[in-house]
Ligand binder design. Structure first.
Ligand SMILES: Cc1ncc(COP(=O)(O)O)c(C=O)c1O
Length: 441
């Protein structure tokens, strides 16, 4: 037993997020070390990371370049404010991020998480509409099965009932597009399904209802946390066109799809549609220090900043916006992405990943497989009267045999670090196949 690992009698204080605290603490699974493609558990077992932590360790674990950059920065200057002050490394990190975002989206606001990025993007959209004389545009449009974190803004535009129902009325003036998922027409598609561009037309109906009061539409270009929903061909193009037609902003939440996950710097590039605002977090620092960011089009920045009276232009920010340690990690992570062409690596191994995922078709209870980039969703039929149970049992079997997967409902979501190699894929999908079979036996 690793002596640093908490013993069962001191698991009480930590109220674990998005967890079944009662069952977990009865049978804890503890990770104590990580390197490359692997975690190591407190009983010193090697666990292949099939999920890049939580969709975030894109360059693999324990990258020396990132660790050393954080150490150097901690020793040089631990913290400095960015309210009416600055430190060079925050500016340098923003410039690095702007090199990777689509052309035009080169103004970067730093946050500490994906949730804060979503709320920041929504607030910037509202401030922008007001600054350009469209103060009636107060409405925010999200999508069913969308996930934009857990702040009140992101939660309100998000579309996961379970996440919302404990928390009251949430934001007013919010509406939702329908989800793009139609398994009867899309099941087992590789990449973007052919069916479903028309789901974007629901935005026309919302404009007919709400008129010129819509400030922004926010979607994940590829929805990850709600079970890997790949956008249908033509769907995002249509959303873009409708936003342009009615003068609303389009926000892509790229917290998962940013930093190489789809084989390009951002999903916008792979999917060929450029939004007005992109939110990001996770892979930005390779998850070594919490950090999020919002990249906005120069036009939006200039409208808010140049149009403001003398003084503070945007009354928004976090103590840790551009935190020196996070900025150091972001610069090092961006440099690693370039030096190792991580998006290119993801692109190169995508066909093997896709083939391995789709080879699970035909296993018992597998009702759909969806893939794009290095993301796969494998949907299992729910056990009668026990939704989520089947996938959770598969998760436990995989963990016990040395592979970390992620489940949401009865969907297994895979998103390995972008440094994954063929042998890792064989182990990941081999272990998963065995677990799915064993669960049906
Ligand atoms: C698309 C998307 N937005 C926002 C978030 C929230 O990020 P965080 O947990 O860092 O607040 C997530 C987290 O998975 C996400 O997938």
């Amino acid at each position: 037993m690793n002596e640093l690992a908490p013993r069962p009698n001191n698991l009480d204080a930590f109220w674990m997020p998005f967890s079944n605290n009662r069952s977990y603490k009865g049978a804890p699974r503890l990770l104590t070390r990580a390197e490359g493609m692997f975690y190591y558990s407190n009983d010193n077992r090697e666990i292949l990371d099939g999920t890049a932590g939580l969709w975030c360790v894109n360059a693999g674990h324990g990258r020396r370049e990132i660790t050393e950059a954080i150490q150097r920065q901690a020793a040089t200057m631990d913290f400095a404010p960015t309210f009416q002050m600055g430190h060079p490394i925050a500016f340098a990190a923003a410039a690095k991020v702007a090199e990777r975002t689509p052309q035009g989206l080169d103004r970067v606001f730093f946050t500490n998480s994906g949730s804060e990025s979503a709320d920041t993007a929504l607030k910037i959209a509202l401030a922008y509409q007001r600054a350009r004389g469209e103060a009636q545009r107060v409405r925010l449009i999200g999508r069913e099965r969308g996930y934009h974190g857990v702040g009140f803004g992101g939660l309100s535009v998000g579309g996961i009932g379970a996440n919302r129902k404990q928390f009251g009325a949430l934001l007013p003036y919010v509406d939702h597009l329908p989800a793009t998922h139609a398994p009867q027409h899309q099941a087992f598609s590789r990449g973007q399904p052919d069916y479903g561009a028309h789901f974007a037309d629901a935005l026309e109906a919302l404009v007919a209802l709400h008129g010129d009061t819509i400030a922004a539409v926010i979607v994940e270009p590829l929805a990850g946390s709600t079970g890997v929903l790949v956008p249908p061909k033509g769907y995002l193009e249509r959303l873009r066109a409708i936003c342009d037609k009615y003068d609303s902003l389009l926000i892509f939440d790229e917290v998962i799809t940013g930093f190489g996950r789809l084989g390009t710097n951002f999903g916008a590039e792979r999917l060929g549609v450029t939004p007005d605002i992109i939110t990001m977090a996770k892979g930005l620092t390779n998850a070594a220090v919490p950090m999020g960011a919002v990249a906005v089009h120069d036009r939006i920045y200039r409208t808010i900043v140049d149009g403001a009276p003398e003084g503070i232009e945007l009354f928004h920010g976090y103590t840790y916006s551009g935190h020196p340690l996070a900025a150091a990690a972001a610069i090092a992570a961006c440099d690693l992405h370039v030096a190792e062409d991580l998006p290119g690596r993801a692109r190169a191994i995508e066909p093997d990943f896709e083939d391995a995922a789709h080879a699970l078709r035909g296993l018992p209870n597998v009702i759909d497989i969806r893939t794009m980039g290095l993301v796969a969703g494998i949907e299992l039929s729910p056990r009668a009267g026990k939704p989520s149970d089947r996938a959770m049992r598969v998760f436990h079997r995989c963990f016990d045999t040395g592979v970390l997967i992620r489940t949401t409902g009865d969907i297994i979501a895979l998103s390995p670090p972008l440094i994954v190699e063929k042998a890792h894929l064989d182990r990941l999908f081999g272990t998963l196949a065995d677990a799915i079979r064993a669960e049906a036996a």
